[in-house]
Design a protein around this ligand. Structure first.
Ligand SMILES: Nc1nc2c(ncn2[C@@H]2O[C@H](COP(=O)(O)OP(=O)(O)OP(=O)(O)O)[C@@H](O)[C@H]2O)c(=O)[nH]1
Length: 362
């Protein structure tokens, strides 16, 4: 493939929203030009009517070019159409027709599609073109004038179209940018496989909670969970099936928490459930419920006979204790559960881990 084409395709994959918006512009502009064709036929201005047929053809072609990702060609077609159409409309029926309003639509498009320096150069050229046309029409009479009332209607129509297009495109742009922001925020805070919060976000959420907890101590419980013999599941049935197991367990954990709890993927096959306002008895009961629910999961659709269990380590935040220290205690409890045969819930001992060592674990 020639390098130029490759570069064009590469550019087309950047800022997809802009190209999507450009395709919408083609549809809108094509529809407006069909209206113009009918209006100018009715007003008895056949040259302008047929100019609009050419314009519609150019927009159809530009739209097809966008679909084939030939964005450079499409953008050139649109630019030529708008520049020539505005100039012809103005020359034929006068400045008061308002065809020059369409040139203003270029300004945001230039800055959205080009490097800043090129955009400024084009914007200055556009300004010169606009002012040149205005000055020219001071000295030249329209070549195919229409009745003053008709001119007023054309002006109002053009103004309204540009007004609506600006409003619509701005709204579309804002919606697209907001959606992109949300997508980025979701990607930054969730684990792509399970859809649960990722470790970084869990730390951030819990730290926030801890700040409140240290001001007004309550009962904050941490539940660290780790699937048993997960390496064997991967080794015996494949990594793909291992991923499905993680997804299904994550789904279950997501449904088990209360409204104030939050759950995330802490590591490979480790999960963390943070439970505010939960005393040790409630935490153990919740952990037992989860342990039993995981054990009871039905895997027959994925791998008949598969059995999945997990161990849970629970810790309660001690007064003025750091998050990493509480997690480290839960981790110790968890591995006690592993050592005692797995598929178990274990409670951490208060003050079990030296907070200095605990920092190494998060
Ligand atoms: N399929 C899959 N496997 C993962 C993922 N992340 C980590 N693992 C695997 O999880 C396994 C964890 O194994 P170990 O740490 O030895 O623990 P285990 O086999 O569960 O043993 P115990 O925890 O002692 O019961 C490793 O084989 C990792 O490759 C993942 O996203 N998908």
């Amino acid at each position: 493939m020639p390098d130029k084409n490759k570069a064009d395709i590469h550019r087309s994959e950047q800022r997809p929203e802009f190209w999507d918006l450009s395709m919408r512009c083609c549809q809108l502009a094509g529809a407006v030009d069909i209206c113009f064709f009918l209006i100018f036929l009715w007003l008895g201005s056949p040259i302008l009517a047929w100019v609009n047929v050419i314009s519609v053809a150019m927009y159809v072609y530009a739209y097809q070019a966008f679909r084939r990702r030939r964005n450079y060609l499409a953008v050139m077609l649109i630019r030529i159409e708008v520049l020539v159409h505005a100039a012809l409309g103005t020359l034929l029926i006068g400045w008061d027709s308002g065809f020059h309003y369409f040139l203003l639509m270029f300004i945001p498009a230039l800055f959205a599609s080009m490097h800043r320096r090129s955009a400024w150069i084009f914007a200055i050229c556009l300004w010169a073109y606009y002012v040149g046309m205005y000055v020219l029409m001071w000295f030249v009479e329209p070549l195919q004038p229409i009745a003053p009332k008709a001119l007023l209607y054309v002006n109002i129509f053009n103004f309204t179209v540009v007004f609506l297009m600006f409003a619509y495109l701005t709204m579309y742009y804002v919606v697209t940018v907001t959606r992109a922001h949300r997508r980025l925020a979701r990607m930054a805070t969730t684990d792509p496989l399970t859809g649960l919060f990722n470790r970084r976000h869990m730390v951030a959420l819990t730290e926030k909670l801890l700040a409140r907890e240290h001001r007004e101590p309550g009962n904050l419980s941490l539940m660290l969970m780790d699937l048993d013999h997960f390496k064997e599941i991967n080794d015996q049935h494949g990594h793909e099936l291992g991923d499905r197991v993680l997804e299904r367990v994550a789904e279950l954990l997501h449904t088990q928490g209360r409204e104030q709890d939050f759950v995330g993927r802490w590591g490979g096959e480790e999960f963390l459930l943070v439970m505010p306002e939960t005393d040790p008895i409630q935490a153990v009961a919740a952990a037992e419920r989860i342990r039993a629910a995981v054990q009871a999961l039905d895997w027959s659709d994925l791998q008949p006979g598969l059995q999945v269990t997990l161990c849970v380590g629970i810790s309660q935040l001690d007064e003025q204790e750091s998050f990493s220290s509480a997690i480290a205690r839960a981790d110790r409890a968890l591995y006690r559960g592993k050592a005692q045969g797995r598929n178990r819930v274990e409670q951490a001992v208060s003050g079990e881990v030296d907070p200095a060592q605990a920092d190494l674990l998060t």
